[in-house]
Design a protein around this ligand. Sequence first.
Ligand SMILES: [Zn+2]
Ligand SMILES: [Zn+2]
Length: 286
Amino acid sequence: MSDLDTQARQAIVNFKKVLNRQERLARVMARKSDLRLLPNSRGSYTDGKNIHIQVPYSLFKGTPHADRSVCRKRDDDNILLCEACRVVEEVEAYVFHEVSHICFGTFQKVSNSDLKSYLDEVLKCFGDKERENFKSVVHKVKLDIPAKEYKSYYVTTASVSPVHQLLANLNEDVRVNAEMRKERPGSVVPLEAMYNFLIKNGVPRGKETIPYKDLPHDSQMVIGMVARMSGYSYEPFLAEEVCQVLEDEDLNKVFDQIIKANSSRDTGFHAFSLKVELNRLGMFLD
Ligand SMILES: [Zn+2]
Ligand SMILES: [Zn+2]
């Protein structure tokens, strides 16, 4: 067996140990004794029943805990200096985040009667032009009632367009993370370190990592909005034009509403006004 094979096998064994430990914690936090943590290669997410965890790319790099003197030490952005320790904490942060979707109402069901008033309220928050454009889409959503795929506010909002899906998800992420930070203070540092690592290092693509500054402005805005609404830093890592948009006064009024949201109904609703503001600023145009 080559060195690489041995390393890969060891990495998988280690990852399974981490997952088993985290699974026990996740079951306690989510109060779900049958919750499972499953390794995934295409990001972390939950369907409300199980949690799929991205296998960290860096798991296959370097020697575990190469320098024990830096284990548990952090840089100025709260990121652990030891790569092996950081990866374990990253898994922990994914778990905190996905559990928060289960615990804090992302899967809250929408009743057929409220679905109608929800969409009517959404329509009211547009100007004449947007209202006409959206009427047809919303009409389609209403027609499909009680199609079983429109079972939560999130799914209802997401079904309007891919941009609405992205924004509803982003708003929910901000809301549920804030709830988790309040309920479990032990999640504060791992969640911040996870976002800081991502924004500082960029997005892995094949063997390379693309810095956020080199990505399309819409992609930079996604992490920029999460960082701004969560109180994390973003300025050194995003393009100047994107940072300027993030300062826009009317956009920040919507951010304030999202920060105050206390249900998936609220964050779904704010996805519509957020898209209107972003379009006005020339972003997320379909
Ligand atoms: Zn370490
Ligand atoms: Zn999420």
